[in-house]
Design a protein around this ligand. Structure first.
Ligand code: KIV
Ligand code: ZN
Length: 512
């Protein structure tokens, strides 16, 4: 029997994924995600866009230094400055460093954005690839907006960049416009009309504006693409990118008609998805394929009955195959350190002894208030206690007075840049009063875009989990807080967003 063809999994959660509104991550957070991707054994991690900001550069450099298995890619426009800067960060990965350079090739982009002719675009692409190839043979070229590019011109660009030294040619659906059959035809056209096409790996990079990114990527694989670019939970610009878990599990589940494999250790999928949610605050919709809360839930009686009799009646893949252990171990106040540590490890958290101790103290104090501690509570503890940005602002005490007779008043004490400050402020409601007090104490002017409250688990003793989306200087940032008292949780979320804004380096405006 012929061996299944391997598909290279190129994860761009830390680059295209980070371009989702509110998904900016600190260096430490990016490193945690990169380590998890390494554990999951993806082939390539696109770690960032080094010229975009000092923060991006440092993150790519650190990931190139620390991560050992996968190749590390960095994005660069087709310009000498971008390419040189990218290699400055990537060189620490040695021969695992990949320069990913791009320029748009569609008429609409060439005329309106680049204001360049076809010849100029070909020349710039070839020049960029040659410059990158001077640093490493591992060069990827992307023809931005490829699917809206006239095919003979796309073929001309692809042939020229392969001649110039590109070892991977990416054919992105930048605006999520294509349809599966059309994408199949585009890849087939290139295979037929680019004489040197066999000298490079064809890559696909699909956005999800029409909800077709996974279907399109599968169609491209069938037409001969050897690499798929994707993100955890499908996060990314606008409607997001092709979701890693969906493409990988699609290939794994339908081996009968899709004879392709990946090297991804699928048992780490669930933990990786949770880690990303914990870090970014971008929640996964409950009905999301593979990692949504309902993906393996069988509510309807007839389904439950079927699954109990024989799993395959309604289950096309097992929860265990993505690392979802359905016999959730519920912890309580009598649970010891051992059970606690074990559960965190099963959930994919690799904490140092010190962090584990800190998390355990927090777990014990929560267990005093709440009878049962679920996995979601543990995620909140790790997010709150361990995955923290440096705290310029800290909440010390808060007390709120409100009700149908009282004017809502929040008295808040905070440490602001090392100084203890306290204020009492009235507002339209207890949350408004709390946010106004924090704003006045910190002297910040971020604009509140969204505030939401959810219960982490069921029951009146559940922790309230608040999410706050703030906008400052044109950038959005999410903050999260969890506490059995929802006003405290709201205050923590607001302060968390302010700390993230303060700690993230501003990005230079770049046209991608
Ligand atoms: O969507 C896109 O075209 C991109 C390229 C930079 C690869 O993200
Ligand atoms: Zn993209």
């Amino acid at each position: 029997m012929a061996e299944n063809k391997k598909v290279i999994i190129f994860d761009t959660t830390l680059r295209d994924g980070e371009q989702s509104p509110g998904a900016s991550m600190t260096m430490d957070e990016k490193l945690r995600i990169a380590s998890q991707l390494e554990k999951m054994n993806v082939d390539v991690i696109e770690a960032g866009f080094p010229i975009a900001s000092v923060g991006d550069f440092e993150a790519v450099k650190k990931i190139a230094q620390v991560i050992k298995g996968p190749q590390i890619a960095g994005l660069a426009r087709a310009s000498d400055q971008d390419i040189d800067r990218a290699w400055e960060a990537l060189k620490y990965a040695g021969d695992r460093g990949r320069i990913h350079t791009f320029i748009a090739t569609s008429d609409i982009h060439m005329q309106h954005k680049l204001k360049m002719t076809e010849d100029e675009v070909v020349e710039a692409a070839v020049h960029a690839v040659k410059r990158a190839a001077g640093y490493t043979p591992n060069v990827e070229f992307s023809a931005e907006d490829a699917v809206r590019t006239r095919l003979p011109f796309l073929a001309r660009v692809v042939e020229a960049v392969i001649d110039a030294g590109a070892s991977t040619v990416n054919i992105p659906d930048t605006v999520g416009y294509t349809m599966p059959q059309e994408y199949f035809d585009i890849i087939s056209y290139l295979k037929k009309n680019v004489p040197n096409i066999d000298k490079a790996v064809i890559s696909v990079h699909c956005h999800n504006d029409l909800g077709l990114s996974v279907a399109n990527s599968l169609a491209a694989i069938r037409a001969g693409a050897g690499q798929v670019e994707c993100t955890i939970n499908g996060i990314g610009e606008r409607a997001g990118n092709c979701s890693l878990e969906e493409i990988v599990m699609g290939l794994r589940t339908r081996q009968d008609i899709m004879p392709y494999t990946t090297d991804v250790v699928t048992e780490h999928i669930y933990a990786t998805s949770r880690l990303l949610t914990t870090i970014t605050g971008i929640v996964v919709q409950p009905n999301k394929a593979i990692v949504g809360a309902n993906a393996f839930a069988h509510e309807a009686g007839i389904h439950q009955h079927g699954v109990l009799m024989e799993k395959s009646t309604y289950e096309i893949m097992t929860p265990e195959s993505i690392g979802l252990n359905q016999n959730k171990l519920v912890l309580g106040k009598h649970s010891g350190k051992h059970a606690f540590n074990l559960r965190l490890k099963e959930l994919g958290y690799d904490l140092s002894d010190d962090d584990m101790k800190k998390a355990f103290v927090r777990f014990k104090s929560l267990a005093d208030i709440k009878k049962e501690i679920f996995d979601e509570d543990l995620d909140a503890i790790v997010a709150d206690e361990i995955i923290r940005v440096p705290e310029l602002y800290k909440l010390m005490e808060i007390s709120v007075h409100s009700g149908s007779f009282a004017a809502p008043t929040a008295t808040v004490e905070m440490e602001v840049e090392g100084e203890i400050k306290k204020i009492a402020v009235m507002g339209d409601g207890p949350v408004d009063a709390t946010f106004q007090a924090i704003k006045q104490l910190t002297g910040t002017s971020a604009h509140l875009l969204q505030f939401s409250v959810g219960a982490i688990t069921g029951g009146t003793d559940a922790q309230g989990e608040c999410t706050v989306r703030l906008e400052s200087d044109g950038r959005e940032q999410l903050g999260q807080g969890a506490h059995p008292d929802i006003i405290v949780s709201a205050a923590k979320a607001y302060i968390n967003a302010l700390n993230k804004i303060a700690s993230l380096h501003k990005k230079t405006a770049v046209n991608v």
